[in-house]
Design a binder for this molecule. Sequence first.
Ligand code: COA
Length: 317
Amino acid sequence: MVNPSPQRTGHVGSRILSVASYRPRTEVGNETIAALIDSSDEWIRRRCGIESRRRAAPDEDLVTMAAAAGSKALAGAGIDPRDVSAVLVATMSHRGRATTAAPLVADALGATAAAAMDLGAACAGFPYALATADALVRSGAAGYVVLVGAERMTDIIDERDRGTAFLFGDGAGAVVVGPAETCEIGPVVWGADGSRSEVLRYDEAGILRMVGPEVFRWATSVVPDVARRALDAAGISASDLAAFIPHQANLRITSVAAKALGLGPHVRVATDIITNGNTGAASIPQAMAALPDTTGPALLVGFGAGLSYAAQVVTLP
Ligand code: COA
């Protein structure tokens, strides 16, 4: 190192300044999907709570959706794109290009001075990336960070696969993270169990395959556990929460976790999956954007392929 004690101005804490979502124009109901997989609207609603999801049109590619959400989040925070020092994109469905998505998103945003990288932790990607953004801001390595969760699950799903075709949707959600005098993004509790990665994996053709019942069992056990540990790490209890915003994987997983945590009626529980499906790394910021009138502490929990999980308590903007 040239200078043994480089100056780096960090910050006491960081916070989410704004949140925004991009939902593709086309809404697809259960009947359309059920017809291809010998299923029914009733079965899909009962097993996962989904009534409809959005599907991206050809002009709604992953980068376009991510940039639309990021741009809205920047406008909401009142931050000039040229003042952004990092763009992070959490995604599991960006493919077909040599570059990662983040440099393309940064370019579309006009974030010309920003570092840009993708972060892959599947459906746990958003809380993983949020912990990274928080660390970058507190260390002084970044000032304003645009963090986007973006998925075009349509590209990695087999529309005739009975186990997945009805579950997933497309879209993007974004937040802007910036410096704060207090820690408004709580300590992350995270982990992974690669020994069980086979239950949610890509096949040889790059299509997502899932052993649904096993994923369900794992999720209903890991989500309440990691949620409790994130509450402890933040020094608050479930009764202090204003909102519970888990990854929107399946409404039944959300319900099991909310019950296990003993959430009172004052806690808003995100149910964006009903009209949005499971949008992978985009689901948490999209669900957050769908609760615009809620302020205060929110518990975020991401989980999915890996198997990976991450949770933290944040103050909603
Ligand atoms: N439509 C209608 N029936 C279906 C079906 C479908 N799409 N898929 C399976 N079935 C049938 C099965 O054939 C089986 O019938 P049987 O009892 O006569 O043998 C029955 O429904 C139960 O099948 P199973 O695979 O055990 O379904 P499930 O109750 O576990 O529900 C999921 C399937 C996918 C909804 C559920 O396993 C799940 O949500 N898992 C977690 C998925 C998840 O969250 N993934 C994302 C993590 S990021």
